[in-house]
Design a protein around this ligand. Structure first.
Ligand SMILES: *Cc1c(COP(=O)(O)O)cnc(C)c1O
Length: 428
């Protein structure tokens, strides 16, 4: 694998950009080596500046569910570009996108468009607090909700302690209302609710965790949270930035048939452009300005170019319903990984849902963040490097999910499974 130009670019990047990248996980720090600079992408493939081709399982961290440079999305973008790029005034596209989100996810009765998942998380917390008149939020260890001050907490000495920020620059006072619970552990939530009666505005979670590696919710976990929220007057908030339009057209809430009060979206709804959204029950969302007093605004929110890409993507997903096919493919690939790893003698845990899948080098089932941290990351790094050498581009971290697109062919998957055999042997 040739990497001279990437290497030179990374040297230059480090002179002018902190760590050489504009988002930390793009660096290869966790797996070793330097990031690859991408020149272009088409369908399931990425092409780097050094002339290498890769089968892409990152898909811009899940956004590119139709594959790269999809013809109809590109055409919609070209068309939108010629009409002007930003007006700071409402457009028909925003209305259609809001309607389409509601058709796919009926719990989202009213929706506000923003520019990223992080921004959506910021907005959703504010409206949850504004609506309930309460300050505290429960989040789960290992769940990620963007680079929002109050949510940059995942470590902590147990489920009942107050949040300690993960990052310098986040004052303790900004996270003092953030309570941490353990994923898949209803009791840890119940304890917090009992300790802080009438103080908790919302419980926010990734209904299928995707940012500590992929972890499925266990039977009754989501239902248990729903019941608890109903009993205690707490809003249930599903962060579907990753799972929305990804595990199913209606997201994890459709797949598991649990209706949250509020939801947030990103990634797929922008079709590769910056779009985020938060929304939910009408009586709650009517608190958002200018309908209500909870302030939230954005100069480029609902930007016509970004909305055009999102609209084209969601319209295609709606008419083509690729989810059963994506689920078949992700199940096939994870089963291949599982059986090959077993043959090579490597304990592996896998999970797949719609166009999203995950793996842990672990002997025991992974149910929460602490379990995820016990997995063998050194082994993952070897697996990652071998896959990369064979032209398969996985997320450069053991704690990320993997993403399929509709452009991934059965041939692509077979090639991936064959490469995985070599990579498992290299990691053993
Ligand atoms: C990616 C992600 C975010 C943050 O979205 P950005 O667009 O990167 O700000 C929030 N929540 C979840 C679950 C995500 O996967």
């Amino acid at each position: 694998m040739q990497a001279r130009i990437s290497s030179e670019l990374f040297q230059r990047a480090q002179q002018r950009i902190p760590g050489g990248v504009n988002s930390p996980v793009r660096a290869f720090k966790a797996v070793g080596g330097n990031p690859i600079f991408i020149k272009r992408a088409q369908g399931s493939r990425l092409y780097d500046v050094d002339g290498n081709e890769y089968l892409d399982y990152i898909g811009s961290w899940g956004a590119m569910i139709l594959g790269h440079a999809h013809e109809q999305v590109t055409a919609a973008l070209e068309n939108a570009l010629r009409q002007g790029t930003s007006f700071g005034a409402p457009t028909a596209g925003e209305v259609r996108l809001a309607e389409l989100i509601n058709e796919a996810v009926p719990s989202v009765e009213l929706v506000r468009l923003v520019n990223s998942g992080s921004e959506a998380a910021m907005g959703v917390l504010r409206v949850a607090r504004g609506y309930t008149g309460r300050d505290k939020i429960i989040k789960f260890e290992g769940c990620y909700h963007g680079s929002v001050d109050a949510l940059l907490v995942k470590a902590g000495s147990g489920a009942t302690t107050l949040g300690i920020p993960d990052s310098p620059g986040v004052p303790d006072s900004f996270t003092e209302h953030t309570l941490l619970a353990e994923f898949n552990n209803l009791n840890s939530v119940l304890e917090l609710v009992e300790t802080h009666p009438e103080e908790i505005a919302g419980i926010i979670l990734e209904p299928v965790a995707g940012n500590m590696g992929m972890i499925a919710p266990e039977r009754n976990f989501l239902q248990g949270l729903r019941d608890l929220c109903d009993r205690a007057g707490i809003l249930l908030i599903f962060d579907e930035v990753m799972t929305g339009f990804r595990v199913d057209f209606g997201g994890a809430q459709e797949l598991f048939n649990i209706i949250p009060d509020l939801s947030l979206f990103g990634k797929v709804i922008g079709g590769g452009l910056p779009v985020g959204a938060y929304g939910g029950r009408q009586d709650i969302m009517l608190k958002v300005a200018p309908a209500g007093p909870v302030y939230q605004a954005g100069t480029l929110s609902g930007n016509p170019i970004a909305v055009a890409a999102g609209l084209a993507t969601l319209e295609l997903l709606k008419t083509e319903n690729p989810y059963p096919e994506l689920a078949r493919k992700s199940a096939w690939l994870t089963q291949e990984f599982q059986s090959t790893a077993t043959q090579v003698g490597l304990p592996l845990q896998t999970v797949a849902m719609g166009g999203m899948f995950g793996m842990f080098f672990s002997e025991t089932p992974v149910r929460n963040y602490q379990d995820a941290l016990q997995s063998n990351t050194a082994r993952f790094s070897k697996f990652f490097q071998s896959m990369l050498q064979q032209g398969i581009y996985l997320a450069p971290s053991a704690f990320e999910s993997l993403f399929l697109s509709t452009a991934h062919s059965d041939g692509d998957l077979e090639r991936t499974a064959a490469a995985a055999r070599v990579a498992f042997e290299a990691a053993a």
